[in-house]
Design a protein around this ligand. Structure first.
Ligand SMILES: Nc1ncnc2c1ncn2[C@@H]1O[C@H](COP(=O)(O)OP(=O)(O)OP(=O)(O)O)[C@@H](O)[C@H]1O
Length: 457
């Protein structure tokens, strides 16, 4: 029993990999399954209530694959898999994924509470000529927060690694100081939280907000440019900044421009932002792009020919998010078409992104990937069938932005978002349009996303 539960995640991932199951199918069918019981080599698997009518399909398509993989990975010589509905399993405490998963360490919990992406650490950040100085400054701040450079102001164009570097600092501090209170927010989150607090209209909500932001040791605010010009947010941030800075707490800020080039930035901000150290990240050169792709290849366990890596690195120059997106697209199309990753396959997969005249083309896939990253969900989740609000809203926002920014047809949006019907897409877009009329937070988020997708737009 223990072995099957312990390895359940690995079992599912192995089935996915060995039998080339698409992300959408995996997220729909396999990911929600939980081990309910193992007795006499019969593995009973609990199917979530919304999929019970589909037990037949599970039996037909996945039972055998699961049986074979369970035997392989656990060393059981023979086993049977039985799917049951929650109604058939009332008496027992259902061991959930969470229960079965190894307990989160204190550091992991603190990183999660600080809103950090576990992948964004110094170890996975490739240092090149474009970011050498910023990386060194980041490490210096991580080693002695509040001491060396305060604030640390990191600037650079979209998708060049500012967020990755900020999270790396936060991870480092959390790992090295068990008492440090670290908080990372995007300026959009800061603004939306403030809007909510003001809307609540009571003093205790406001005091809570202030307490939260002024009682920490390290505050990281990403994309500060979106705060500038928003009066009350700007004012509140000003007081937060002063309070933390005078208490020698570390502040780290990122922006798309240096303070001197931020047109409508008030002097009191400009001078404060220049108190500490300003470090820029510029476009990565060819060697850095190659190194980033090699690191990704290594982290994800692929083995791709140099020719293909070189093709991607040579053609995508201006944005590391796009560089990674292109890499993912090539891998996805190799899996989908069950073909080896060759130069020809890469050229075909990237024909919408790498245009012969090197004009940047914004594609629905790119919009979907930016929305997914922004809301900390995966592209597979946006394209899948989960209906939780954490996924539904970003999914509808992706529909809206594909239509709004590049006027994609409803049919194409549907195809790119997990083969959805055009009426579903229309409904999603209308829902966002209606919300936009009354919801300030949403308006703020959409404006941020539009700038992320098309900084020149
Ligand atoms: N030097 C690097 N090494 C490895 N990965 C990198 C590097 N720089 C950027 N990346 C990757 O590129 C992607 C985009 O980076 P990130 O989100 O940090 O950019 P950003 O500058 O904050 O963009 P934006 O201003 O649009 O928010 C991330 O997946 C990140 O891990």
């Amino acid at each position: 029993m223990d072995k099957v539960i312990e390895k359940w995640d690995e079992i599912l991932q192995t089935v996915k990999r060995d039998y080339n199951i698409s992300d959408v199918a995996f997220n729909t069918w396999l990911k929600p399954l939980e081990v309910y019981d193992v007795t006499d080599n019969v593995i009973t698997i609990l199917v979530p209530s919304e999929q019970v009518v589909l037990i037949n399909l599970l039996n037909k398509k996945y039972k055998l694959l699961l049986q074979v993989t369970i035997c392989e990975l656990t060393g059981i010589s023979e086993c049977d898999v039985k799917f049951i509905s929650p109604d058939e399993a009332p008496q027992k405490d259902v061991p959930s994924y969470d229960n079965a998963a190894p307990a989160m360490s204190d550091i992991e919990r603190r990183c999660e509470d600080a809103h950090l992406n576990p992948k964004y650490i110094f170890d996975t950040f490739i240092v090149g000529n474009n970011n050498k100085f910023a990386q060194a400054a980041a490490l210096a701040v991580a080693e002695s927060p509040g001491d060396t450079y305060n604030p640390l102001f990191i600037y650079g164009g979209a998708g060049l690694g500012k967020t990755h570097l900020m999270h790396s600092i936060a991870h480092y501090i959390i790992e090295h100081d068990e008492n440090s209170k670290v908080l990372y927010v995007t300026s959009e989150e800061f603004t939306n939280e403030l809007i909510e607090t003001i809307r609540n209209g009571n003093n205790s909500a406001m005091s809570k907000f202030r307490e939260k932001y002024r009682n920490i040791d390290v505050l990281l605010v990403d994309d500060i440019q979106f705060i500038i010009g928003k009066e009350s947010t700007q004012e509140e941030f000003f007081h937060t900044f002063n309070s933390l800075h005078s208490a020698k707490k570390q502040i780290i800020i990122s922006s798309d421009k240096p303070p001197k080039d931020m047109e409508i930035l008030e002097e009191r901000f400009r001078s404060r932002f220049e108190w500490g150290l300003i470090a820029d990240i510029t476009l990565p050169d060819y060697e850095t792009r190659m190194a980033i792709l090699h690191k990704k290849e290594e982290l994800e366990g692929y083995n791709i020919s140099e020719e293909v890596i070189n093709y991607i690195a040579t053609n995508i120059k201006s944005n590391i998010r796009e560089l990674e997106g292109a890499f993912n697209k090539v891998m996805a199309s190799s899996k989908l078409e069950k073909k080896e990753v060759t130069l020809e396959l890469a050229e075909q997969a990237l024909k919408d992104i790498i245009s012969p005249n090197e004009q940047k083309v914004i594609t629905p896939d790119y919009i979907i990937s930016v929305v997914a990253e922004h809301y900390h969900v995966t592209v597979a989740e946006l394209c899948g069938n989960k209906r939780s609000s954490k996924i539904v809203m970003p999914r509808q926002i992706a529909m809206y932005l594909c239509r709004e920014i590049i006027d994609t047809s409803l049919k194409t949006i549907g195809k790119n978002l997990g083969n959805r019907d055009h009426t579903t897409i229309m409904h999603g877009i209308e829902k966002i349009e209606k919300e936009l009329a009354t919801n300030d937070n949403l308006r703020n988020s959409i404006a941020t996303l539009k700038k992320k997708i098309n900084p020149q737009g």
